[in-house]
Structures are given as structure tokens and as C-alpha cells.
Design a protein around this ligand. Sequence first.
Ligand code: V47
Ligand code: SF4
Length: 369
Amino acid sequence: MKELVIKIADPELRELASAVTDGKRLTPAEALTLYRKADLSLMALLATTVKRKKSGDAVFFNRNFHIEPSNICVYNCRFCSYHKAKGDPESWEMTENEILDTVRQFDGIPVTEVHITGGVHPSRDIYYYARLLTSIRQIRPDISIKAFSAVELDYMIREAGMTYSEGIGLLHEHGLDSIPGGGAEIFDPELRRRICPEKADAETYLAIHETAHRLGLNSNATMLYGHAESPEQRIDHMLRLRELQDRTGGFDAFIPLKFRSGNNSMSGLGEVPVTEDMRNYALSRIFLDNFSHIKAYWPAIGRNSAMMSLAFGTDDLDGTIDDTTKIYSMAGSDEERPSLSTAELVAMIRSAGFRAVERDTRYNRVKEW
Ligand code: V47
Ligand code: SF4
């Protein structure tokens, strides 16, 4: 086969591109140079090279649904369009029966995962959630329960006076299988104080994920980008995740979450262009060499951008969702009623030139499409 030779005039960029194609790990300074100097087509090429080494021509999706028990939250993150105070006409609080009825609605439907997350509720305690997990497990022993962001866990475990290990251990015994990536936002302490001053800090987020990994639960990691952060702060965020992944190997996927500017206190910032989304996906694929998967969460970014991101190193589109999440529709995403059929997801993946593979939460292959 003939080799494709690409001429890169800038010697520093040429060296970095070779390092990436040779599978070498980039330092934060090198990643910053690449981010600053490489044009979009080079970023796409390098990220796709890394992606193909990890997962070949496969792109993953799963069949899942979300439960958001309540949007009442003790915190007040400035970017959040979702949380409401108790009594607000836009607030909701599902009863235990309503939550279990949502699970029952999927009786006979071959979903493999339920994702449960929401506001940090002031009075629902860890024992309430443990009972809930047991009841869900009884209804659907076959599906994986991915639930409670590190921020929700931090609050409920501290309120119970437990250590993280005791709290996560208790929930695990009652059926918790893995932890979603929410709550990471941006780790830089100064910026974090400006956008979400009250909730768990970076060290707490990382300690909770590390504890979960050591107890045998895997998790995802996220990063909220496209607001007031600098490229250096994005790279620092990813570096901390890369270091934890070196220690535990417990992260399944990294999920960049684009700041959506509808209806929140940071709306004035607007949104970054799609080229920035793609550059960011590519950089994360290149820099996070020890993460197997980069997820383009389509309800957040919209299905068109999600499809395009497959040319920038992402290899997972998340799932069918079935109109069960409100976080992004309330923040102005183009996906007002997020729901995709399996056939639509497969068609999206094929249209980008990849092979669609249905996975379960842990990326075991369920079916090749
Ligand atoms: O932590 C809130 C983000 C996250 C906005 O693990 C916003 O598989 C953009 O983490 N603009 C929660 N983002 C969602 C989350 C998630 C979603 C899907 C899959 C997984 C997974 C995890 O949503 C929050 C915050 O970073 N968020 N408001 C906003 N206006
Ligand atoms: Fe609460 Fe999460 Fe919204 Fe922050 S992002 S206010 S923790 S629901």
C-alpha cells in the first residue's frame, strides 16, 4: 500500500505530529503547542489515527434511558439552566413510584443501561437512594445502573457521616454498577470558584472516582468547556484525569460537554463555534492516551455535530435516551426532545464511514450492526 505523505512546514508541529502517530504521550506544553498551531484538518487526521489504533473502524452506542428524579438542588452553579428551588413552577420531584414506573415502561425493551442523575436534593438521603437501587434491581435485574455524579455522592455521603468508601460501598451492595461523569466542570480552583463555588472541588471529585475504581466500580469523566476557560485550563483538567487513570484504569470514557448558553446566569458568554468543538474533541483524543473512549454526547451537542465529531477522534455517541433527559433541552440545545432509534444511530455512524457497534455500559460488544 502506498503511504500518504503530508508535508508540515513548521518543524515543531512536524515533530509533534510524528510523536502522535508514533503513539508517544504528549506533555501539557506539547499539547498546548499542537492546539495552538495545528489547523483543523491536521487535528482531525491525528485524532483519527489515534482513534483507529484504539477502536479500529468501530463506533459505539448503547440502548439506554435516563431518570432525573428531581431538579431541586442545594447548589446554584452559574452555568446550570436545570436546577430550581423547591416550589418553583419549573421544579419537579418524582415519587418513588413514579421513578419505578419509568423503569417499568421499558419492560420488554432491550435497553442495557439506566442513567440516574439530577439535582442534589436537600432531604433525600443515602438510605432512600439505596432502597431505590434495590427496587430498580428487582424490576430489571438485567440492566446496568449508572447513577449519581460525584457531586451528588459527596453530598449524600457527607450528610450520612460516612467515608466515601463506606457510602459508595453501601450503594454498590444495593445495585449501583457505575458512576456517570457529571460534576467535573473545570478543575482549575480559581475558575471553579467563579462558576460553581459551592459544590465539591476538584480533589473531592477525583477522590470519589478513585474510591469507586478501587471498589470495582468504573466511571466516566467529563469536562465543561466553551465558557471562560483557557486552553491551559482545559489541558490541566485532562492532565489530572490522565494521572488518575494511570493509577486506577477505572475510567471508561471521557466526555467533553459544550457549555450551552440558554437560560442561565452565564448566558451572556454565548457559545463557541463548532470548529472549536471539533478541535477540543481531537485534542482530548490525542492527549488522553490512556482513555479507551471519547464520547460525543449527542443530546448536548446536537446530532449533526455529534456525527461530525466522528472525524475528530470520538468513538461513542452514547445512547437512544428516549426523551428521558432535560438537562440540555433546558439549556438551549437543538435537541428539544432527545430520542434516537437504534436504526437512526446506526445510520449516523455509517454516514461518517464507521461500523456501528452496540455496547453495554462497560463497552462489551452487544451487537455489530
Ligand atoms: O456536570 C449543566 C453539565 C453535567 C450545562 O457519564 C451543562 O455517561 C453544558 O455529566 N451547558 C451532567 N453542560 C451531565 C453529565 C453526563 C451526561 C451524559 C452522559 C454522562 C455519562 C454524563 O451537565 C453537569 C454539567 O457539566 N451541564 N449545565 C450547560 N448549561
Ligand atoms: Fe445543581 Fe448540578 Fe445544576 Fe450544579 S449543575 S446547580 S449541582 S443540578
